[in-house]
Design a protein around this ligand. Structure first.
Ligand code: 6R9
Length: 570
């Protein structure tokens, strides 16, 4: 105990220095306060040397680049904030975006923040059901989307969402409103603790969760992007994460703009040849991507890579899923650079463990806690989560395996799950934030990812809550019960698979199986199961819950005995 106290005490002043230094490099609002959009654009737009620089370079469906300078982005997002005023949006109201990385997305996101409202990004490949759940959960009053996505995803559920007062469709309608809007609307004076971002995420049980972050999170975005990714104002930066997820916002919009770099975005879906072309033709210098994408490039072989000039590239970094050592070795050989792993979660708001851009990569390891972060490995209980006895956890020192925990106090830690204090409280024990990830720490303090301590699935970098998929399947009239797990996949890490028990009297035919797959795709979109097995029954705990771990063990042909150490298939 004594040594824990000492470590914590000596870590704290250091942590404060790290964040205080980043805070000093931010501007703050004239007259006081902190607003992410001011730091990301208006600060640069006020600087005559920076105003005309390219903030965004967005490749449209035809590959044509559309550029917006910092000055243009500042002006347009101010007008967007003024449009929200006219719709009656107030400070703290939740405004959702259902958009790909189009110019309008950046304008809307920054405009929402300028208005003092809360930006709630939605993944545009979600089907109607996940969108409905999230709009309801976040109490979203305004949604910004395209006419096409509106028809496909929102119209079928519109009547079930009485709290959604307005839908703003990008295109001529929005352009007209922007032209008529107030170009001089001042940014709403927000404080670091005022709500700014609402990111939807998934847990093992229950509905999705909405993690709330404040404007102060920008301090951590700046500090980590600079010190770990090595992001600089002269960078041409490409973050391949979709802006409907936490990485696509925090490190796809906020961090690079705050630094003053040029953001490259591609609105078209993944394609090996085109990705190489983007890296080559856009002269990308810093590339923040994900293991699934790297594995897909790797599967195509070296030839395609060698057709392109990647000499502008200085750093490749990765996030979201376990980064296989083999991918790192391949990148080094084929792309001429290793891949620097970074680990974080929606709740942490910023990178927590990493191999910094100027550090030597150890294939298979994530790296170490970032400056300002105190991490610990906690002993696990029989359910795989950290063991808490009489309110106390057991910190393991030296080389260890257990649940990763982080000492709260960094600026981007979530403020809580919106409207769900009980689930928020459950994330903390004995002065630690519990991550739900099992890690192994080597003797010299380097961390490796082992598994999730719970049942959430990471498929192609996207977090999927099995409960959400099971609940949707169980609304189908033929389904009595469903159990959903991740099964290993060489490219996507894991694929969502459902085991379905049919209602009495329903025949398990191939047609029904196909119908259920189609139903899942229509309702859930990107988080739908890729495979469905019709089974006579499911294993249950004594309290009646489906034992997903046992399903996974059976699927993988693993012994069913000790399930607490069952490693994640990814
Ligand atoms: C940023 C993001 C968080 C979960 C996290 C962990 C997994 C993230 C990882 C990683 C292995 C890495 N994860 N980074 N696993 N190596 N470098 O992805 O947030 O969508 O909330 O997911 O993703 O399991 O707990 P989020």
């Amino acid at each position: 105990m004594a040594s824990d106290t000492l470590t914590a005490a000596s870590a704290r002043p250091h942590a404060e220095n790290v964040w205080a230094a980043a805070r000093r490099d931010l501007d703050g609002l004239p007259g006081g306060g902190l607003n992410i959009a001011h730091e990301a654009v208006d600060r640069h737009a006020a600087d005559p040397l920076q105003r005309g620089r390219t903030a965004l370079r967005i490749l449209d469906r035809t590959g044509t680049a559309h550029e917006l300078t910092y000055g243009e982005l500042a002006r347009r997002s101010t007008r967007f904030a003024s449009v929200l005023d006219r719709l009656g949006v107030w400070r703290g109201d939740r405004v959702a975006t259902l958009l790909g990385p189009d110019p309008d997305l950046y304008v809307a996101a920054l405009g929402i923040l300028k208005a003092g409202a809360v930006l709630a990004p939605l993944f545009n490949a979600f089907g109607p059901e996940p969108v409905r759940t999230r709009i309801e959960l976040g109490g979203v009053s305004v949604l910004v989307t395209t006419p096409e996505l509106y028809r496909r995803t929102v119209e079928p559920i519109r009547e079930e969402l009485p709290g959604l007062r307005h839908v703003l469709l990008v295109g001529p309608l929005l352009d007209g409103l922007l032209d008529a809007a107030d170009p001089d609307r001042p940014i709403t004076r927000t404080a670091p603790d005022d709500a700014a971002l609402l990111h939807f995420t998934s847990g093992t049980t229950g509905a999705p969760k909405a993690a709330l972050h404040g404007h102060g999170a920008v301090v951590a975005h700046l500090a980590t992007a600079r010190s770990l990714l090595g992001l600089r104002p002269d960078d041409v930066y490409w973050c391949t994460a979709d802006p409907g997820w936490v990485t696509g916002v925090s490190y796809g919009i906020v961090a690079p703009l705050v630094v003053g770099a040029t953001v490259v975005a591609d609105t078209r879906p993944f394609d090996v040849r085109r990705w190489y072309r983007v890296l080559d033709e856009q002269r990308v210098t810093l590339w923040y991507t994900a293991p699934t994408a790297l594995r897909m490039l790797m599967a195509r072989g070296a030839e395609e890579a060698h057709r392109h000039d990647l000499s502008a590239l200085r750093t490749i970094a990765s996030v979201g899923e376990p980064l296989n050592g083999a991918v790192v070795e391949w990148a080094l050989q084929t792309l001429g650079l290793p891949v620097h792993d970074t680990w974080w979660q929606t709740e942490t708001g910023a990178i927590m463990l990493a191999t910094a851009a100027d550090e030597e990569v150890r294939p298979g390891a994530i790296g170490r806690p970032v400056p300002g972060i105190e991490a610990a490995v906690l002993a696990q209980g029989p359910d795989g989560r950290a063991r808490v006895e009489n309110g106390h956890v057991t910190v393991i020192h030296g080389s260890a395996q257990g649940e990763l925990a982080l000492r709260p106090g960094w600026p981007s830690l979530f403020h809580g799950y919106f409207g769900d204090p009980d689930r928020t409280v459950a994330c903390f024990a004995d002065g630690w934030y519990l991550t739900g990830d099992v890690v192994r720490r080597d003797r010299d303090g380097w961390y490796r990812f082992v598994a999730r301590a719970d049942d959430v699935i990471k498929t192609a970098g996207h977090l999927v809550g099995p409960f959400e998929v099971e609940s949707c399947l169980m609304r189908h009239p033929a389904v009595a019960e469903a159990g959903v797990i991740g099964v290993p996949d060489p490219a996507a890490g894991a694929l969502v698979k459902a085991f379905v028990v049919l209602r009495a009297g329903v025949e398990p035919t191939e047609e029904l199986q196909a119908e259920l797959l189609g139903y899942g795709r229509r309702e859930l979109g990107a988080v739908a199961p890729r495979a469905i097995a019709l089974v006579p029954d499911l294993p249950h705990t004594r309290s009646g819950k489906v034992m997903r771990r046992l399903l996974r063990a059976r699927e993988l042909g693993l012994p069913e005995g000790d399930l607490s150490t069952l490693e994640n298939p990814s």
